[in-house]
Design a binder for this molecule. Structure first.
Ligand SMILES: Cc1cc2nc3c(=O)[nH]c(=O)nc-3n(C[C@H](O)[C@H](O)[C@H](O)COP(=O)(O)O)c2cc1C
Length: 404
């Protein structure tokens, strides 16, 4: 028979959790997020719907994005056990330089729209974790301002070759002069993809004041206050002429671009050259033959061609075809550290991540990006330890498969 008694206050009081006063409320909220999916939900609550949809959405039926994400649910590992994984390293070499974790932060446009701290905040988090960061041609911080704000971060510059070739040449020279060591040439954008959420939301850059947006101010006053009291939201390297984002992209992209441009770029750029947006073995071979240093298997996070193929499914064949000569990276649909480990086991040199860090940025600026990177780091490390490997080099295709 159990004897019951009244609890004493001295026993109960220590059990009552007190908030950690060294952290802000937002930091505590972020700390309670256990996954990138949790951060995504927080982001959704903190920014206007059009901003969230712009980031979260993809082209047309969004099937390219959904399939690129869903494929990671089919990953199945075969771990090894009893292999002393007390000390492990997560770093890789990317284009001749060390990267502390096996992923880099992908170039994304309009970043100051997600949070007023924008690209410099993302670059600061990248620097803290020892990661490379790609600044987009459609960035909202200029090439020079970012370099000045975060001189210590490894910077890559992403180029869209527009109809105005001299502008692209100038951008390359400016990036080179500001210490960006790698050019990412994005090639999956002959024209802008059709993004239905943007059409429905009536998204414009900069955001226009309409009855709808004014109504939105009531629900997201902090976001609006930040937009209206900081530097106007604009493309730092392009002049916006109004219209929807789709209109702008159609002006920036050049449907006439061919692989001949790669030689022209080689003449104007003397750092590493990475071609992003390749989606077939044939194109991977083609760009390898043109002398690029790396290829990113990418469907632009599903934002361009609808019903496109899934980078992870193409990866093994591409690695077999060109992996001994150039570095092969992959992106699209990565939402956890385990996804990154799977891509590495299938043969990728590393991955890029896009939305994952943007959810962090929308949820909490710099602190939000840091939280996402912490989550990914912990998940990569734990997955590798549980697979019985102590370095990325030990991961190989025999340890992973895709369930039918
Ligand atoms: C909001 C957003 C903006 C993007 N802007 C660019 C861009 O300006 N240039 C570019 O090459 N890729 C851009 N991308 C594609 C990313 O570089 C990357 O390929 C993609 O986000 C990877 O998929 P994930 O978001 O599922 O990780 C963008 C992606 C998103 C989500």
């Amino acid at each position: 028979m159990v004897q019951r008694r009244l609890p004493r206050p001295s026993e109960v009081l220590p059990l009552i959790g007190r908030p950690d006063r060294s952290q802000t409320r937002l930091q505590r909220r972020l700390a309670r997020c256990a996954s990138v999916a949790d951060i995504r939900l927080l982001a959704k609550a903190r920014v206007p719907r059009a901003v969230f949809d712009y980031t979260d959405g993809a082209a047309m039926s969004e099937s390219t994005l959904n399939r690129s994400r869903d494929v990671y649910a089919r990953v199945q590992f075969t771990p090894r056990v009893m292999r002393n994984v007390s000390e492990i390293s997560l770093d890789v070499t990317m284009l001749g330089e060390p990267n502390a974790l096996p992923f880099a932060l992908a170039p994304t446009g309009f970043t100051r729209m997600m949070h007023y701290a924008g690209e410099p905040a993302v670059a600061q988090a990248a620097e803290r974790f020892g990661l490379a960061y790609g600044l987009s041609t459609l960035g909202t911080t200029s090439i020079e301002d970012l370099a000045q704000a975060r001189p210590g971060v490894r910077r890559w510059f992403q180029l869209y070759v527009s109809r105005e070739r001299e502008r692209a040449e100038q951008l390359m020279h400016r990036a080179q002069a500001s210490g960006y060591d790698t050019l990412i040439l994005t090639v999956d954008t002959a024209v802008g993809g059709i993004r239905r959420r943007e059409i429905r939301d009536g998204l414009t850059i900069p955001p226009s004041l309409s009855v709808r947006t004014i109504a939105d101010m009531a629900t997201h006053p902090r976001w609006w206050l930040n937009v209206l009291t900081t530097e106007p939201l604009e493309f730092a390297t392009l002049t916006s002429t109004g219209g929807t984002v789709g209109d702008l992209l159609t002006r920036v992209f050049d449907p006439g671009i061919t692989s001949a441009e790669i030689s022209w770029i080689r003449d104007n750029w003397n750092g590493s050259l990475m071609v992003k947006g390749v989606q077939s073995v044939e194109d991977a071979r083609l760009v390898r033959d043109l002398g690029v240093d790396a290829v990113v298997l990418s469907n632009h996070g599903g934002r361009q061609l609808d019903k496109g193929n899934v980078p992870l499914e193409v990866l093994p064949e591409v690695v077999r075809a060109v992996g001994s000569e150039i570095e092969v990276y992959i992106d699209g649909g990565i939402t956890s550290g385990t996804d990154i480990v799977a891509a590495l086991a299938f043969g990728a040199q590393g991955t890029l991540v896009g939305r994952a860090y943007l959810y962090g940025l929308m949820a909490g600026g710099y602190d939000g990006v840091v939280r996402v990177l912490e989550i990914l780091q912990k998940e990569i490390k734990t997955t590798m330890q549980l697979m019985g490997v102590t370095s990325v080099a030990e991961l190989d295709p025999s340890m992973v498969c895709l369930r039918p």
